[in-house]
Design a protein around this ligand. Structure first.
Ligand code: PMP
Length: 401
């Protein structure tokens, strides 16, 4: 029996790509959106747009209510202790940049920031820049050959000068779920702040902030079946309050004067200017949609597809996987074949996969490759997508070898 996604028909964008002959296997870059998310976007604009938190008029109140309802939904989705622990940003990247600016005042020269070798540029460059501004040391945790953070080495590398640990839960290249509990505990015991990049992990299983125990957690709506231009920053009680305000303008002000001003507390104090109102409301619809589905069934479906993907890839001589991916995606190179050429031939056959350094250049360098092909899966993919991918891969390799 072939594996069919019961949720595929909920995604009009995917069906449109089907009709165009495109096989979408790039959901780790961005996901397609369910109809309910499109409906929410249209309903907001068609029903009368209004700004939030400012107006007393009916459309303004309605928009504010819907916008703030997403804060409640996001808090529930992440099992945050309080709705006020959720800050809306424009994406995971902005959340991380906000943190790197907002926490800057806590660092002194010689302090250490610890990241893993598997970080996306979004969770590396903001810290690198902060380190340069404040003369800090960036410490990089090595990985095991499978792609896990080497916990033994981490124990010695997280030390008395560590002020911050910033690591991703699921690498967008290696597809390994990191066991962050112990690391977070160790860092926190030593008095360091902890940041978790959940941009990939949150898509493949709900996360519990209170159980994870990190100070900050970031993710993007667009990978979680919501609109782009919206991100989350979760901050544990007391942690958000340590952030300095970073963007200044409308609505984040308590009292403004010509020469000096005072600012609101988080979350609104960190949400300067008009936020992406429609996007946030529609992100709420994405969370409603996901909440209405059977999480176990999604997990089983994605796991079965991933097993098929790996089994298929293992059948190719000279195909080298990066790490040992255990969920949602696989990155690979093929001996003697340029990844760019291979990607070109796959693209010509309507296969939408990603090629390149996947915004993790230092990691690819460390793995000794210039570029790799990434196949990534979402709940709407079917076995038929993989069949088309493998047929195209056969053809492409026949031409190239
Ligand atoms: N971290 C990881 C692990 C990612 O995969 C991505 C997106 N590729 C990001 C951070 C950044 O997310 P965004 O581009 O949505 O800000």
């Amino acid at each position: 029996m072939t594996l069919i996604s019961p949720w595929r028909a909920d995604f009009p964008g995917l069906l449109a790509l089907d009709r165009e002959g495109q096989t979408y296997l790039d959901s780790a870059a961005t996901a397609q959106k369910p109809q309910t998310v499109l409906d929410a976007l249209l309903a907001y604009y068609a029903g009368g747009a209004a700004n939030v938190h400012r107006a007393q008029h009916l459309p303004g109140e309605r928009a504010t209510r819907a916008f703030e309802a997403t804060r409640d939904k996001a808090a529930r989705w992440l099992n945050a202790a309080d709705r006020e622990d959720i800050v809306f940003t424009r994406g995971a990247t902005e959340s991380l940049n906000l943190l790197a600016y907002g926490l800057e005042h806590l660092f002194a020269a010689g302090d250490e920031i610890v990241v893993s070798a598997a970080e996306h540029h979004a969770n590396l460059l903001p810290w690198q820049q902060l380190a340069a501004r404040r003369s800090l040391k960036l410490v990089v945790l090595p990985l095991t050959p499978q792609g896990d953070i080497d916990l033994q080495q981490a124990t010695t590398l997280i030390g008395p000068r560590t002020r911050l640990l910033a690591v991703s839960q699921l690498s967008n290249v290696l597809g390994r779920r990191q066991a962050l509990h112990t690391l977070i505990q160790q860092a926190r015991d030593g008095g360091a702040l902890t940041v978790v990049d959940g941009a990939q992990a949150i898509v493949h299983g709900r996360q519990d902030m209170q159980a994870l125990g990190c100070d900050f957690y970031v993710c993007s709506s667009h990978k979680l079946y919501g609109p782009d231009g919206v991100g989350l920053l979760y901050g544990r009680r007391g942690a958000l309050q340590r952030l300095q305000h970073w963007q200044f303008g409308g609505e984040m002000v308590q009292q403004a004067g010509y020469l000096a001003s005072t600012f609101r507390d988080a979350p609104l104090g960190l949400e300067a200017g008009t936020p992406p109102v429609a996007g946030v409301i529609a992100f709420g619809a994405a969370l409603d949609y996901l909440g209405s589905l059977d999480a176990q069934a999604i997990g089983n479906h994605e796991a079965a597809l991933h097993r098929m993907l790996l089994a298929g890839l293992h059948g190719y001589a000279g195909l080298r996987l990066l790490g040992e991916p255990e969920t949602a995606l696989a990155c690979f190179t093929v001996d003697g074949v340029h990844s760019g050429d291979l990607a070109h031939l796959l693209t010509e056959q309507g296969i939408a996969v990603r090629v390149g350094h996947h915004c993790a250049m230092p990691l690819l360098q460390r793995l000794g490759v210039n570029g790799a092909i990434r196949v990534s899966l979402a709940l709407y993919n079917d076995e038929s997508d993989l069949q088309r991918f493998f047929a195209a891969l056969d053809k492409a390799l026949e031409l190239l070898r």
